[in-house]
Design a protein around this ligand. Structure first.
Ligand code: GLC
Length: 478
């Protein structure tokens, strides 16, 4: 069985958020259990400029018809690093290989140019992988991911089964209706497209949900939540109509990348069998960030794309209170410029007031993220909604206890009082109460150690998820 993953990111080659991590790991684990996978992503300009080694092998040159014009496309072939999974990169000057990766640092679709880009990408994928005889990977199934690939099931004209995975329903990809003409689809021949166009736009994620053979999302709880108005982002009726075809499969963690036992970025390696190194990692982190070195003081961390989804606005507004509880905090992330500004201002106010227990790093910094996971004690994920969330699972592997809101994948992966702490409703008092509970627990060293060891031994490897995806591929083929 050959499965082609189509996505906008694939770690470590291109990663903006969790989507990249999933596409860099799931196809590799599927291959290990016998599913023949490959991945295709756009050849973004920063990749061409900075990673020339990816572009040594040009597989084919062709033309793709879009907006009435035939546009040249080059397809390069490499592999996902440290694996044998083929990674195809589609290069095209007009739509794919100009500008950056996304239009906004939040990764949310913001412009017509961006939707054109991914509509073109989807068209290119069908013409290369389903029609071009020079392409050496002929899939039996196409596995689409997020709004970027929402039109792909329609474009395949049911020639081949498609799976559509929702990583984030809030990011939908809206386009002017003439996108269908650009793609050469006749809107009047499709009831779904005509209906979607009634409000004068085409919603890519809606198209993916309605046209794919099976829909998956990245945790069992989110699969249920999105059927309700609170989490459905306006798609709940459409999703309810397809309920029998929706599966929730919890994402995994790539322990080849995220394991304190082997992590080359951290000060001292450690594991649940020998925990000593974690203290050294904490001291090293405090030194690196210029925080007072103190093993007894709890060190709290937050690492995420800065969007309100992640609850960072609540953390900012509560920062004085949090620090008042006698802890240190480090925040790492980039994203929404207004949230970055608020954080920048808050950090400088704190410094002026003489609070030296907080550090804010407004950047994507992968090695630092590793050191923060290793060096901190408590990891915050107070999300408004969370399709899966990977960081809470990474934190557990590093013996850093997650404090999460009980939604989506956070609810499915963190067991309150056993591997972490959780609260139900998104509000200041429930969050602060659970933080106080966690800090109180932290003061009982033996109890805390038990929590740490239990969390570290929870298995979130990709194998279980890969087996479930393989079952869905079988359903789709039959
Ligand atoms: C999106 C979601 C996140 C999920 C990730 C990978 O970034 O917001 O919850 O873990 O996709 O599926």
């Amino acid at each position: 069985m050959k499965v082609l993953f189509v996505a906008s990111e694939c770690a470590p080659v291109v990663k903006v958020g969790g989507l990249g991590d999933v596409i860099g790991a799931l196809p590799v684990t599927l291959k290990e259990i016998g599913v023949d996978t490959a991945v295709v992503i756009p050849a973004y300009k920063p990749l061409i400029d900075q990673c020339q080694e990816l572009f040594k092998n040009r597989l084919l040159h062709t033309e793709v018809r879009f907006a009435g014009v035939s546009t040249p496309v080059n397809v390069y072939q490499t592999v996902i690093p440290k694996s044998s999974v083929p990674l195809y990169l589609i290069q095209n000057e007009t739509y794919l290989s100009n500008g950056g990766i996304y239009g906004s640092p939040t990764a949310f679709a913001v412009s017509q140019n961006e939707v054109n880009r991914f509509a073109f990408f989807s068209k290119a994928v069908t013409s290369v992988f389903l029609e071009n005889p020079s392409c050496d990977f002929r899939p039996d199934i196409i596995h689409c991911n997020d709004w970027h690939t929402g039109l792909l099931p329609k474009l395949t004209r049911n020639l081949i089964p498609t799976i559509f995975t929702i990583h984030n329903l809030a990011n939908q990809g809206f386009s002017a209706t003439d996108i269908v003409d650009k793609l050469g689809i006749y809107i009047n021949k499709s009831k779904l497209l005509s209906w979607d166009a009634e409000d004068s736009n085409i919603d890519f994620i809606l198209q993916g949900i309605m046209s794919a053979d099976y829909i998956t999302t990245v945790s069992p709880t989110y699969a249920k939540e999105i059927l309700t108005p609170s989490f459905g982002e306006g798609m709940q009726d459409v999703l309810n109509a397809r309920e029998g075809r929706i599966y929730g499969i919890l994402n995994g963690v790539d322990y080849k990348v995220w394991d304190p036992k082997t992590d080359p970025s951290i000060k001292k390696n450690y594991s649940h069998e020998s925990l000593g190194g974690k203290g050294q990692c904490k001291i090293a982190l405090q030194q690196e960030l210029n925080l007072p070195v103190d093993l007894v003081k709890p060190l709290i961390s937050f690492i995420a794309r800065l969007t309100t989804q992640k609850g960072i606005d609540m953390i900012i507004s509560l920062l004085d209170e949090i620090l008042g509880l006698g802890c240190q905090i480090v925040i790492l992330g980039a994203g929404d410029p207004s949230l970055e500004n608020r954080l920048r201002m808050k950090a400088s106010d704190l410094e002026k007031e003489g609070f030296f227990q907080a550090r804010v790093k407004l950047e994507f910094n992968d090695p630092l993220a590793h050191r923060i996971f290793a060096g901190s004690d408590i990891f915050l994920a107070p999300s408004r909604f969370e399709p899966c969330g990977l960081t809470q699972m990474v934190a557990m592997k590093y013996g850093t206890i997650p404090l999460v809101r009980r939604v989506g994948g956070l609810a499915d992966s963190v067991e309150s009082g056993v591997t972490g702490f959780s609260f139900e409703n998104f509000n200041d008092s429930e969050f602060m109460d659970s933080l106080k509970r966690a800090l109180n627990y932290f003061s009982y060293k033996e109890e805390w150690k038990k929590l740490v060891l239990t969390a570290m031994q929870r298995d979130f490897s990709w194998t279980a998820a890969a087996k479930k995806y393989a079952e869905i591929y079988n359903l789709a083929l039959n």
